[in-house]
Ligand binder design. Sequence first.
Ligand SMILES: [Zn+2]
Ligand SMILES: [Zn+2]
Length: 128
Amino acid sequence: MLLSHQREEIFDTFMKTRNHPTVDFLYDVIRKKYPKIGLATVYRTMRIICDADLARKVDFGDGVRRFEHKFKRHKHHHLICTKCGRIIEVKSPEIERLPKKLASQHDFSATKNTMEIFGICSSCQSNT
Ligand SMILES: [Zn+2]
Ligand SMILES: [Zn+2]
């Protein structure tokens, strides 16, 4: 991976982010240091990072593209509150087993799976 200074900065900024940043979020952070950077550069760099398997795209159903690290992270799934947008990361051995089981029943070779569960979080439930 050949990185310019700008790309390195995008990469570092992304790797320091713990949650699920959007391209716009990364763009805002990086622009403080590199005011001339273009949004397209951020998009392109994130694609390179995903292609290198260091990050993956996550879709929380609101049409906004987000990214999260794949590097040094355990596999997890998401509970997404459709009211406030809160995202809770969850892990479960059952969720890991089920895709393998379903795939093998159909002689299917699964390469990846992800589970996003949509609903209303506890604080939004108590606010109504
Ligand atoms: Zn909520
Ligand atoms: Zn996550």
